[in-house]
Write a protein that binds this ligand. Structure first.
Ligand code: NAP
Ligand code: F7E
Length: 325
């Protein structure tokens, strides 16, 4: 039985990855931060199957002793401060978690478990103000936020440890991926949750920022499969994971309101400058040909199916909550 250590297991991707690894027969160990309240909502259904260890990416010793005790075959580093707007408000902390945190995990592996295979959760935000369309593994980075800058560091330190110490360390450059488990501050979930609340009469408006930004959105369940496939290869290599299709925030909003039977979004959506960013990433669209060719990876959920599944899940959830009260 293989052992996988997952940082960020309480996040959206951590929950889908843990499900996949359990299905594949792994012993799954999740690193969580100590909190005074329970924040394990996304993995509540897995608590009997996953082992938890307490640690923090800010704390080198905790990471090193966890890697030593768990003796993982594979390490998935998903933990990060992942919300882009928060990275302007807390740039130093974002750098500590999202950039230096990667070095702490790599250092731990190098020192006590060099045979472990390492996956780094890199991001399309590294492409930022894109220098070519579509973006591939060789496209130059031009990050537009402290988050994007921190992810560029995480990417290159992963490449550097692979080349310096011969570790099996890979960087998955994943474009936006969403689900019913996405945090409610990210735009897709903010929209699906807002639509559900409007549908059930809890509010009459949804305040958003830039509706013209374009993203290559996929389904998180499809994307964690790519993470796992990257660590099953013979040689460590980096991959772009994307659908190859791009849509505007406006497209997402329009389909979401239509799916809920609310008609035109224009009746409900207001523009609020508080949600506009100091520097925007206007257009992302990835070319995942290498992953298709070498990993046999294909996304299974389309953009339209994704919007629909998120809106339906939030409408059902809000209806169930209202029924309870
Ligand atoms: P998420 O839902 O925000 O989850 C982030 C996870 O990181 C949570 O489990 C969080 O724990 C943990 N964490 C944060 N700071 C930590 C620290 N100092 N020590 C230990 N754990 C810490 O993010 P996600 O959407 O699942 O994304 C997973 C990873 O992929 C992230 O690295 C993200 O930057 C990257 N990524 C995401 C996307 C996307 O579209 N989703 C695309 C490309 C890359 P708590 O529950 O305790 O807060
Ligand atoms: O914004 C626009 C906003 O916050 C998407 C993270 O997982 O994916 C994510 O980063 C777009 C931006 O995601 C609102 O300006 C308009 O252009 O959902 P988001 P993100 O910034 O693309 C990448 C790949 C990651 O790696 C990150 O960790 O939507 N937008 N109005 C809005 N965005 C938000 N959040 N809220 C709004 O009201």
């Amino acid at each position: 039985m293989k052992t996988a250590l997952v940082t960020g297991i309480t996040g959206q991707d951590g929950s889908f990855l843990a499900e996949l690894l359990l299905r594949e027969g792994y012993r799954v160990v999740g690193m969580t931060r100590r909190t005074s309240t329970d924040v394990h909502e996304r993995i509540a259904h897995l608590v009997d199957d996953v082992e938890f260890v307490s640690g923090d990416l800010l704390d080198q010793m905790s990471v090193a002793s966890i890697v030593d005790e768990v003796a993982p075959d594979e390490v998935y580093n998903l933990a990060a401060q992942s919300f882009v707007p928060a990275s302007w408000r807390q740039p130093v902390l974002t750098g500590e978690f999202t950039a230096l945190g990667v070095t702490r995990v790599l250092e731990a592996i190098r020192a006590v478990r060099p045979s472990a295979r390492f996956y780094q959760a890199s991001s399309s935000e590294m492409f930022g103000k894109v220098v070519e369309v579509p973006q591939t593994e060789t496209t130059a980075f031009y990050p537009r936020s402290p988050y994007g800058v921190a992810k560029v560091y995480g990417h290159w330190i992963t490449v550097n440890y692979r080349e310096s110490y011969d570790l099996f360390a890979v960087s998955g450059i994943l474009f936006n991926h969403e689900s019913q488990r996405r945090g409610k501050e990210f735009v897709t979930r903010k929209i699906s949750d807002g639509v559900a609340r409007i549908k059930h009469g809890l509010t009459g408006t949804l305040a958003l920022g830039n509706l013209d930004a374009k993203r290559d959105w996929g389904f998180a369940g499809d994307y964690v499969r790519a993470m796992w496939l990257m660590l099953q290869r013979e040689t460590p290599e980096d991959y772009v994971i994307a659908t190859g299709r791009t849509h505007s925030v406006r497209d997402f909003v329009r389909i979401a309101f239509e799916t809920a039977g609310l008609g035109s979004y224009e009746r409900y959506v207001t523009l609020d400058p508080r949600f506009v960013r100091p520097a925007e990433v206007d257009l992302l669209v990835g070319d995942a040909s290498k992953a298709r060719r070498e990993l046999g990876w294909e996304p299974e959920v389309s953009f339209e199916e994704l919007v629909e599944l998120m809106v339906r899940a939030d409408c059902d959830r809000v209806a169930a909550e209202l029924a309870r009260v």
